[in-house]
Ligand binder design. Structure first.
Ligand SMILES: Nc1ncnc2c1ncn2[C@@H]1O[C@H](COP(=O)(O)OP(=O)(O)OP(=O)(O)O)[C@@H](O)[C@H]1O
Ligand SMILES: [Mg+2]
Length: 518
C-alpha cells in the first residue's frame, strides 16, 4: 500500500485526522487487503492522535482472549489478555471508553502487561471497537506527546474505532453476528484452509518470509499462488515497502526488458521520458514474477543476471543500477521438465528455486478446506452483491467435496459467485451451484472433423445435444486438443466473451488466450 507515500509530513492535526478517515473509507469501499490495512493503520492512528504508539486488539471469538494485532513497534510480540484483565480487558468486557491521564496511579492498570510491553506509559486512551452491537476489539493509543488525551481525542478515537469495525466486517476476520469476538486464524487471515497440506505451506511461507531468499511457488492454476506470494510479502520485514506484480504472460516480448528494467529518454521511438522499471519500483520490497514459465528464452538470460546480482541497466542507458528486492516467482509449469527440454534456462531455474513451495491442488486438501472456502466465498459475495445472509444448503457439502475442482480455488470462487448472483432465496442448492451430475458426465458436442483445421474461421457453433448446455468431443483427441476445443466451445457458448469463458472454465484470461493460441 502506498499510504506512506501519500502522507504529507506537514499536515495539521486536523488535516491528518480527516485524511486518515478518508483513507479508511476508501480502503473499506475497495477490496480490503487485511494485513496492509492493519499494518498501515497503527502508525497513522498514533500520528493523528499525537500519540507515541497505537495498538489494535482483537477479540478471538474462539477463546475469548484479546489479542494484539498491530502495534507501531514491530519488535513487539503478540500479546494475549484474558477478558476483564487490565484496561484492555475492561474495555473489551464493558464497551466503555477509558481515558487515563495518569496511568501508573490508576487501579485498572495491569502492571504485568506493562512489564511485558516494557514501555513506560503515562497517558492512555482506550476505545472499544463495536460492530453490530458486538464488541470486536479495542483500539488503544499510548502517551500523548504533549499533555494528556483530550475530549476531542476521545471523540476522534470513537469515530476511528467505528470505522475499523466496519473495515473488519469486510474482511475474513469477520465473526458471527451473534457472538462477540472475531474468527482469528493466525497470520494468514485471508488465506482460508486449515488442512495439513496447507498448514505445511503456511509453515514454509512463514519461514521463507523471515529471510530474503528467492521463493518459487509451484502449483496448478487457481491454487492461490498469487495470494500466497502476497502472504510472503506481508509476513516479511519488507511489508511496508511495495509489492510489485509482473505478469510474464502479458508482457509483449519487445517490451519486457523496458517493463522490467525501465528505459532512458530517447532509447527508442516513443520513449520521450525516462521510465523506471518494475525492479526499481519494487525497491526495498518484493518483486513477484508471475507465470515465470512463460518468459521468452532470450529474456531469461537478462533476468538471470538480475536474479544473481540484483544489477541491471535501463534500456538505452549505460549506468548499472542495483535494486534491493526479494524475488518471488510463480508458475504452474514443470520448470524442471522445461529445462530438460531446453525451453527454460537451467541456471535460472536453479537460482529461482532456492525455496520451492508446492501449492497443493484443492482436491488434495480435504473436504473441510473445500467447504470452508465455499462458505467464505458465499459470505464474501453475499456482501459484495448486497444479497443479505445466504448459506449453503447441507446437501451441497458432499457435492462440493466430491467435485474434482480442476480449476481449483478460482473455479470454486467463480462457481459460488455465479450461484450467489443468481440466487433468489437464502439457501444455495446443488442446482444453484450447477453441481448436478451432468456437469461431470456431460458430453461436448463440437464441430465435425471437416470443419476443423481452419484456424482463421471462428469456431463452428456447438450443436446442441439433448441437454442444451452440453458440448461433445470426439473420443480420439489428445488431451491438449481436447482442452483447446473445449475452451473454444465454451468461448462460443459465452458469445465470444473471453472473460466469461475464462470464468466458466475456472482459468485466467491469460491462460485461456494461451490455450486458444496453442
Ligand atoms: N486459500 C485461499 N483462501 C482464500 N482465497 C483463495 C485461496 N486460494 C486462492 N484464493 C482465491 O482464488 C483465486 C485464485 O487464486 P490465485 O489467483 O492466487 O491463483 P493462482 O495459483 O495464481 O492461479 P493461476 O496459476 O491461474 O494464476 C483468487 O481470487 C484468490 O484470492
Ligand atoms: Mg496467478
Amino acid at each position: 500500500m502506498t499510504m506512506y507515500a501519500m502522507l504529507k509530513p506537514r499536515m495539521s492535526e486536523h488535516e491528518q485526522r480527516f485524511e486518515l478517515l478518508a483513507d479508511l473509507g476508501a480502503m473499506i469501499a475497495g477490496e480490503v487487503e487485511l494485513d496492509d490495512l492493519l499494518a498501515t493503520f497503527a502508525t497513522r492512528v498514533a500520528r493523528a492522535l499525537g500519540a507515541d504508539r497505537a495498538t489494535l486488539w482483537l477479540i478471538d471469538g474462539a477463546t475469548d482472549e484479546i489479542r494484539s494485532r498491530v502495534a507501531t513497534l514491530p519488535e513487539l510480540q503478540e500479546l494475549r489478555v484474558p477478558q476483564g484483565y487490565g484496561v484492555v480487558g475492561h474495555v473489551a468486557a464493558t464497551g466503555e471508553l477509558v481515558n487515563m491521564r495518569d496511568v501508573p496511579s490508576d487501579p485498572r492498570w495491569a502492571e504485568e502487561i506493562a512489564q511485558k510491553i516494557g514501555y513506560p506509559t503515562a497517558s492512555m486512551l482506550t476505545a472499544p471497537i463495536i460492530r453490530r452491537d458486538q464488541i470486536r476489539g479495542v483500539l488503544q493509543v499510548l502517551n500523548k506527546s504533549e499533555g494528556t488525551f483530550t475530549e476531542r481525542d476521545e471523540e476522534f478515537i470513537r469515530v476511528l474505532a467505528e470505522q475499523i469495525g466496519r473495515a473488519i466486517d469486510y474482511t475474513t476476520l469477520r465473526g458471527d453476528d451473534t457472538q462477540r469476538g472475531l474468527s482469528l486464524r493466525g497470520r494468514f487471515n485471508h488465506v482460508i484452509g486449515t488442512s495439513p497440506a496447507m498448514a505445511a505451506v503456511y509453515e514454509m511461507i512463514v519461514r521463507a518470509a523471515q529471510t530474503d531468499a528467492t521463493v518459487l511457488l509451484h502449483g496448478e492454476t487457481g491454487t492461490g499462488k498469487g495470494l500466497l506470494a502476497r502472504a510472503i510479502h506481508v509476513n516479511s520485514a519488507r511489508r511496508e515497502a511495495p509489492f510489485v506484480h509482473v505478469d510474464c504472460t502479458t508482457l509483449p516480448a519487445a517490451l519486457v526488458e523496458s517493463e522490467l528494467f525501465g528505459h532512458e529518454r530517447g532509447s527508442y521511438t516513443g520513449a520521450d521520458s525516462r521510465v523506471i522499471g518494475k525492479v526499481e519500483a519494487a525497491s526495498g520490497g518484493t518483486l513477484f514474477l508471475d507465470e515465470i514459465g512463460e518468459l521468452p528464452l532470450p529474456l531469461q538470460g537478462k533476468l538471470l543476471r538480475f536474479v544473481q546480482e540484483r544489477k541491471f541497466e535501463r534500456l538505452g542507458g549505460r549506468e548499472t543500477h542495483t535494486a534491493d528486492v526479494r524475488i518471488v516467482a510463480a508458475t504452474n509449469r514443470d520448470l524442471a521438465a522445461m529445462a530438460n527440454a531446453g525451453q527454460f534456462r537451467t541456471d535460472l531455474y536453479f537460482r529461482l528455486r532456492v525455496v520451492e513451495i508446492e501449492i497443493p491442488p484443492l482436491r488434495e486438501r480435504g473436504g473441510e478446506d473445500i467447504t470452508d472456502l465455499a462458505a467464505h466465498f458465499v459470505d464474501q459475495f453475499a456482501r459484495r452483491y448486497r444479497k443479505g445472509p445466504i448459506r449453503l444448503a447441507e446437501p451441497t457439502k458432499p457435492a462440493l467435496r466430491a467435485y474434482p475442482w480442476p480449476g481449483n480455488v478460482r473455479e470454486l470462487e467463480h462457481t459460488i459467485e455465479r450461484a450467489v448472483v443468481l440466487s433468489q432465496g437464502t439457501l444455495l442448492s446443488i442446482k444453484d451451484l450447477g453441481l448436478e451430475p451432468r456437469r461431470q458426465t456431460g458430453v461436448i458436442q463440437i464441430p465435425s472433423e471437416s470443419s476443423i483445421g481452419m484456424p482463421a474461421m471462428p469456431p463452428t457453433p456447438a450443436v446442441p445435444a439433448t441437454d442444451p448446455d452440453a458440448i461433445s468431443l470426439p473420443a480420439n483427441l489428445s488431451l491438449e486438443d481436447a482442452e483447446r476445443r473445449y475452451a473454444k466451445a465454451v468461448l462460443e457458448r459465452e458469445g465470444g466473451n473471453q472473460s466469461a469463458a475464462a470464468r466458466a472454465l475456472g482459468i485466467s484470461r491469460n491462460k485461456l488466450a494461451r490455450l486458444l493460441r496453442s
